[in-house]
Design a protein around this ligand. Structure first.
Ligand code: QV4
Ligand code: CA
Length: 490
């Protein structure tokens, strides 16, 4: 399982969090031009509509049925998006929520289906009482997960009150795999599997075994869906990320936490320590990991990480350094976060506005317009999107030419395909580096929009050309302050 299905030469996905299907369909041309491989879309199924607080983002994680109507759009819009994006070579990964249905209460979902969580009734699927874990499987006093040291509880009891599906049931497997196969038929290339810590690996194995090969209109016959599983493993619980790697990739949350700590210089961390970053830092093998600097949970204090650690667009300078390192380094499959803005307000360690949904009104999402103040579009930031191209240019070429000053200045190459210098100290410096690059003239892609001389960008801040001589040496002045990095690639 788990062929990462990217068009040749591409490797980086972007999570267009809460974007509408019609907007993603338009964005795919830009993504294709800039070398992105795929889009992770928000959950596509019918969800609970929550009015208190009004229409939070997290209502999307409370399925009511597997019908396709949500505030991102309807079935026709979804199909049109998949087809347009596939034709451009940008593939779609769906966020699949199969551990549970809604939290307590009753109502009507985003596509008109009624539900009653208290009687475990979801006629839109249909699911009923027998399709959920109950007191036979979960023995805690209130049916909720109370102790993360007890794997049985974590998988058979309710996660924050969410009605817990019985993944061992043939019927449940049938309903969920039918839905996934419908999406595969439409042309979807893979799935982010939500809340896998809360599902038994054996049940997931059985579910994946039922999945069809990808649609041959766009993919070679026999291509399996790409699967990456959300398991938050910070190293302190009996359920580990490695329990799931035999089934597909797994989210590596230590990666973003470790880079956040290093770039913030928490606990005496320094950039120079990154020379062996990856597995020897207690992370998964790079070939098992799906990595990111932040995600839709930990950018607002959900999931794991913490505000003093995880970097987000709110700290743009450090965030760009983190993304540049991640994209220049060789570890894992990278997913770029693309956020909407909200008035983050951290009071006693909690963001009191952590629930706020996407820009729009009354639960109706506004059109995504990059850089209008509402939609952050990190994936379009020059320092990030140009590093996606660096990443593609260096794909498969090992890290080389490591240099550091023992502090917060580092440089490394990618075996003649790219070279980056990062300066996380307060002042600019200049020296001659052994880059490993072929002789020639290169543009700094952090500051310039064109990687071939004459270097240029509309902002006029382009740092211009750097010359590599016949022995691979280049004299480089590395700025400090905003964007303290120089990145060159073939
Ligand atoms: C509340 C009470 C419960 C009570 C319940 C009664 O807190 O004690 O039992 O009401 O019904 C929301 C609310 C939560 C509420 C719950 C049920 O925040 O307070 O419970 O709904 O109505 C997202 C949000 C959750 C949200 C959930 C469903 O983060 O806050 O819960 O969506 O709307 C662990 C997991 C990991 C998970 C991570 C956040 O191991 O799997 O927590 N990450 C994924 C997603 C995440 C999503 C879920 C899992 C659930 O990335 O976005 O949770 O699908 O680490
Ligand atoms: Ca479960």
């Amino acid at each position: 399982l788990g062929s990462y299905y990217c068009q040749t030469g591409r490797d980086v996905a972007v999570h267009l969090f809460e974007w509408k299907w019609a907007d993603i369909e338009k964005e795919c041309s830009w993504l294709a031009e800039h070398g992105y491989c795929a889009v992770q879309v928000s959950p596509v199924h019918e969800n609970r509509v929550i009015t208190d607080p009004p229409y939070p983002w997290y209502q999307r994680y409370q399925p009511v049925s597997y019908k396709m109507g949500s505030r991102s759009g309807n079935d026709a819009q979804f199909r049109s998006m998949v087809s347009t994006c596939n034709n451009l070579g940008v593939f779609i990964y769906v966020d699949g929520v199969f551990n549970h249905m809604t939290g307590g209460g009753s109502g009507v979902g985003s596509d008109g289906s009624s539900f009653n969580a208290d009687s475990k009734s979801y006629p839109g699927v249909p699911y009923g009482e027998n399709d959920f874990h109950g007191s036979a499987e979960c023995q805690t006093s209130n049916g909720e997960i109370q102790d993360y040291n007890d794997a049985n509880q974590v998988r058979n009891c309710m996660l924050v009150g969410l009605r817990d599906l019985k993944g061992s049931s043939e019927y449940v497997r049938g309903m969920t795999s039918d839905f996934m196969n419908y999406l595969i038929g439409v042309g979807v290339a893979g799935f982010r599997m939500d809340a896998c810590k809360h599902m038994w690996p054996g049940d997931l194995e059985a579910l994946y075994g039922r999945l069809n090969n990808l649609n041959t209109q766009w993919f070679p016959a026999g291509t399996r869906p790409y699967i990456y599983q959300e398991v938050i493993d910070m190293g302190s619980e009996p359920i580990q990320a490695s329990d799931y790697t035999y089934l597909g990739r797994v989210t590596e949350f230590k990666h973003g936490k470790n880079l956040g700590d290093v770039i913030r210089k928490n606990n005496g961390q320094r950039l120079s320590y990154l020379s062996n970053f990856g597995e020897s830092w207690g992370q998964l093998s790079g070939t098992d990991a799906l990595v990111f600097i932040d995600n839709h949970d930990n950018q607002r204090g959900h999931g794991a990480g913490g505000f003093g650690t995880i970097l987000t667009f709110f700290e743009a300078n450090m965030y760009k350094i983190a993304n540049a390192f991640e994209l220049a380094w060789q570890y894992g499959h990278v997913r770029i976060m693309s956020s909407y803005n909200w008035p983050r307000n951290i009071v006693n360690g909690v963001d009191v506005n952590d629930w706020m949904g996407p820009p729009g009104n009354g639960g109706v999402t506004a059109n995504a317009v990059c850089f209008n103040g509402d939609w952050i579009c990190e994936h379009r930031w020059r320092q990030i999107s140009n590093m996606v191209r660096f990443h593609n240019a260096a794909l498969g070429y090992p890290v080389s030419n490591w240099w550091d000053n023992g502090g917060d200045r580092i440089a490394f190459g990618r075996s003649g395909r790219g070279f980056i210098v990062i300066n996380n100290e307060g002042s600019e410096f200049s020296q001659s580096f052994s880059t490993g690059l072929p002789a020639g003239t290169y543009c700094d892609v952090i500051s310039c929009d064109n990687n071939r001389p004459p270097c240029g960008n509309s902002g006029g801040s382009c740092r211009g050309e750097f010359t590599v001589d016949g022995s691979g040496m280049a004299q480089i002045t590395v700025p400090s302050g905003e964007d303290p990095m120089i990145a060159l690639h073939v």
